[in-house]
Ligand binder design. Sequence first.
Ligand code: ATR
Length: 273
Amino acid sequence: PDFYAVIGNPIHHSKSPLIHKLFAQETRQDMQYEAILAPLDGFESTVRAFQQRGGMGMNVTLPFKLEAYALSTRLTDRANAAQAVNTLKFIGNNDILGDNTDGAGLMQDIEINQRVSIAGKNILLMGAGGAARGTIMPLLTLKPRLLAIANRTKEKAQVLQRQFSAHGNVLSGHYHDFSGESFDIIINATSASLHDELPSLPEGIFSKESLAYDMMYSQELTPFLRFAQQQGVIKLVDGIGMLVEQAAESFFLWRGIRPETKKVIEMLKNKGH
Ligand code: ATR
């Protein structure tokens, strides 16, 4: 078989091995996919050791996406825009192609799975860290009317606005700066849910028809999705679909075959994550 892996720290909770095993079965690819825990100060040596063992590619998760970006000898355009890499493809002994499939996975989940189109919409992006950055070019490529980037630390949102405003109508500010404005799609790209927290969102940003999308997932509704529900939002979506879709994009980069994602998403949902 051909060897692939996901690398991170921590990694034991990763669903990627299961997802890629299901993809491999479905597309009849002879491959193995494992989870590798790298020491916090040992990302590069762990990657090289895996490559030495015959590894052909890796998924990269927290906290190594920036190191993966730095390690790549070639980058796809979308990895370049995200300044972060979640997929490595080893090319010969000397080259590592770095890609970022997170944004494409999110777009696929919103537009295809949720059937919500981004063109012409008002979008609020919560957060200005790595996860948020990776979604900006993919979002702007689909021509929203407006992309507002809100962050607790306003300056970080302003930096992103400056960087991307040549590609669309981008605003930035604190959460309360968008008080009274209603958005069609609100995406939580902060890590607040990890600590069971929620950025302080102003009243009025949701309408009944809004899509509230949390890039995180957990068995229960996340704090963000619970808040949106209290505000009357019906379309509440967590990051499981995005997780499976970004995996499918990585799989395609490695194997040249696009797996069917629908059944895999259903299966993960039914397992209660
Ligand atoms: P990631 O790569 O997951 O995006 P990150 O780069 O550390 O991680 O960014 C985390 C994001 O979550 C930031 O936008 C952060 O806001 P700040 O830039 O102000 O730090 C946001 N965040 C994390 N915890 C938060 C909380 N409790 N309330 C509001 N925002 C929070």
